[in-house]
Design a protein around this ligand. Structure first.
Ligand code: ZN
Length: 412
């Protein structure tokens, strides 16, 4: 193999002709001068169409490439501009990098793969790159992967949810596919305009094919779904219903804590304060100590224990499917209505009001697992994405990991 070919393969720039390789003392890096092969020259950077040349642009440019052994590496080339009939004057495409990127495609893909698989610290150290730069790379790799495939193909049952990603009420709206169990779309915002934006992208034909849309109980979402998806049944996401029950249980626990405090029994108050786990942990996940505490609650506060049982039984409703589940739901409603715990009496009336939507979820066999797990994963990502400058980077990272769009490591 000639050494020019070897360098092209080393850097993953096989569509380029390597002209010269040298060591740049100042940058402490290997620099490889290259040019696109003849048939790839003079193409629009945005659409790839062959165009007439415009000017030399800003002269020579460098793109960061993957390290060669222990050294940083750059590809250096001319960056002339062309005039595209559609896109106007743009920098010509180069086969080794995405349009407008300062890194090679293999560097981009490796960064995206690492961001989806390794810790923030590991990615930064390994690639010798600022975290904000990683964010930009993640956003463009995800955008590229989204453009290359049709994520909306075959969508029948979707779930719509929102996740707060920053203090000060910044929200992402997310859409998951109940069948492929993947995130299919996300955008900043939580209002009718944002949701309409999704249905616009989907287009009327695919909107008509949607059979089921699950969401939380927000009226505005129901309005948009009714207006755009004429054939779809709207149902309530079980995840949200179970969360209402957890919130009601927490209210009862707080009352028990307050009462103990007012009676001056600080030891008892502390015990109730420490029993928070009961409202959000599933019984199968309880530790031995927490189970002991639950038994203690059953002895000292029958009311709080009843509230716990009510919440657990409601969770069970959504573990069952079909008729069995609807029968259990009716029994649950009868129990909750006369349980004399205000938080649960109120919950019973809320659930009654949304009965149709809940029945739809039960007969469709939607479990609360999917939306909840996507929700949890994205919330974890919001912590990793802290330091990315734009929500696009967070959305990109979510699409790579929860959306299944992560590129393979180059060269494998
Ligand atoms: Zn163009």
């Amino acid at each position: 193999m000639r050494s020019a070919r070897l360098w092209a393969r080393l850097l993953g720039v096989e569509d380029a002709v390597i002209q010269r390789v040298w060591f740049d003392e100042q940058a402490e890096a290997v620099v490889v001068a290259a040019r696109p092969r003849k048939h790839l020259q003079g193409r629009c950077g945005r659409c790839g169409r062959r165009c007439r040349g415009f000017d030399r642009g800003e002269g020579r440019r460098r793109w960061r490439a993957l390290d060669v052994g222990l050294l940083k590496a750059f590809v250096e080339a001319d960056a002339p501009r062309v005039r595209c009939p559609e896109h106007g004057v743009v920098v010509a495409a180069v086969p080794w990098a995405r349009h407008g990127a300062g890194h090679t495609r293999t560097f981009d893909d490796t960064t995206a793969w690492l961001a989806a698989h390794a810790s923030k610290q590991a990615v930064r150290e390994m690639l010798r790159t600022a975290w904000a730069t990683v964010g930009q790379i993640v956003a463009r790799v995800a955008a590229d992967a989204e453009a290359a495939c049709d994520r909306f193909e075959g969508l029948r049952r979707i779930g719509i949810d929102e996740i707060s990603y920053k203090k000060g009420h910044r929200y992402l709206m997310v859409v998951v596919d109940h069948d492929s169990r993947r995130l299919v779309w996300a955008a900043p915002g939580r209002d009718q305009a944002t949701l309409r934006g999704f249905f616009d992208l989907l287009g009327p034909e695919r909107c008509d094919k949607l059979r089921l849309v699950s969401a939380d109980a927000a009226e505005w979402a129901a309005t948009v779904v009714a207006e755009r998806c004429r054939a779809a049944r709207l149902c309530l996401d079980p995840f949200h219903v179970v969360k209402w029950a957890s919130d009601a249980l927490d209210e009862v626990r707080r009352q028990a804590w307050n009462t103990a405090r007012q009676q001056g029994d600080t030891a008892l108050a502390r015990e109730f304060k420490g029993a928070r786990f009961a409202s959000w942990k599933n019984p199968e996940d309880l530790t031995g100590r927490q189970r002991g505490k639950l038994a203690w609650i059953a002895r000292v506060n029958a009311r709080l224990y009843r509230a716990y049982l009510l919440k657990e039984e409601l969770r069970l409703v959504f573990k069952l499917k079909g008729v069995k589940a609807t029968v259990l739901l009716e029994a649950w409603l009868a129990w909750a209505r006369r349980c004399r715990i205000p938080a649960f009496v109120k919950l019973a009336s809320t659930i009654s009001a949304h009965r149709a939507g809940i029945h739809a979820a039960l007969t469709e066999g939607l479990s609360n697992g999917l939306v909840e797990s996507v929700n949890t994963k994205i919330r974890l990502l919001t912590r990793i994405a802290f330091g990315f400058r734009s929500p696009d980077a967070l959305i990109g990272l979510a699409m790579l990991t929860v959306g299944g769009l992560c590129p393979p490591l180059p060269g494998r």
